[in-house]
Design a protein around this ligand. Sequence first.
Ligand code: FAD
Length: 325
Amino acid sequence: MKNNVWVCLEQNDGKIAGVSFEMLSEARKLADQLSGKVGAVLMGAGVKELAKEAVAYGADEVYVCDDEQLKNYRTDAYTRVLEDLVKGKEPGILLLPATTNGRDLAGRLASRLEAGLAADCVALRLEDGQLVATRPIFGGNLMADVVFKKDPAMCTIRPNSLNKADPDATRGGEIVDVAVVSEEDKIRTQVKEILAKAAGEISLTDAQIIVSGGRGLGDASGFDLIREFAKELGAAVGASRAAVDAGWIPYEHQVGQTGKTVGPKLYIACGISGALQHLAGMKTSDVIVAINKDEEAPIFGVANYGIVGDLYKVIPIMIEEYKKV
Ligand code: FAD
């Protein structure tokens, strides 16, 4: 295996996403064991200033691809740029975030490079100098160790699953400007409009605390209570598929097998039964609290703390108690 470890950084609205720092911290550990370097790829428009942050978190070289064409994520454009870089520099390991964009990019790139891709990994280690990636399978019921037959070993990394090191602003690193060849006519998508999140809303994948609501809310207005609770805790709002399918909250809030995979420090499930497909997306949370009026609900099987009761009675009491803290 070649010894350089690369990270494809995710930035949104000029801010590097937390999972990027987690990947850089892990890449640093791996590269030190392999006596290699950490490379980071930063794509976007007007993003060059962010490169210093990547250096502080362990990058030796940051390849900055700063171009209007890369302003918004587009599969064709991002794949083209990253493919050229990887083919030119040949890292042994390439980490991407298991976010909506990262998953999309990783799949396309792996196919172009004919490389193996382990998706949604939660741990990485080296054995005899070879990468072993651990990822949940069968809805999170088993953990699989994946090994790679050829370079680069590609992994997408589940946010909040790896430890983030403390940044060191005094670290030195090289910032390399990469010229982006203009091929707009070959890019098959155009971004017409970006629908901004409601002001102050916390992104699910970055959140340390998530309050999720399910069918037990009864109707869409139940999410007003969930949002109030989330605001009090500085939490993001999640939802079960039943709540999303009912049209009570947009799909981007869905947690689970066909929604987002999250791993916050605290996950509070309100009126959610705990179907396997929901658990697949949140089971690795550090602490799970369930509020459900049915003491037999399967969610209590994975919860660290369970409150059997009507969420409309329990949550207002919890909000009042948090206000006192
Ligand atoms: P329910 O199962 O109806 O549970 C509602 C719960 O609320 C019950 O346990 C009830 O006791 C409780 N309750 C009711 N009233 C109150 C109250 N006043 N106070 C407290 N508790 C109350 N689901 C997902 O969530 N995410 C996915 O990504 C996902 N992907 C899927 C993919 C496939 C291929 C399939 C087949 C299904 C998928 N599902 C997914 C659906 C999943 O199987 C469940 O149907 C869904 O998670 C149920 O949502 P729920 O827990 O909100 O609703």
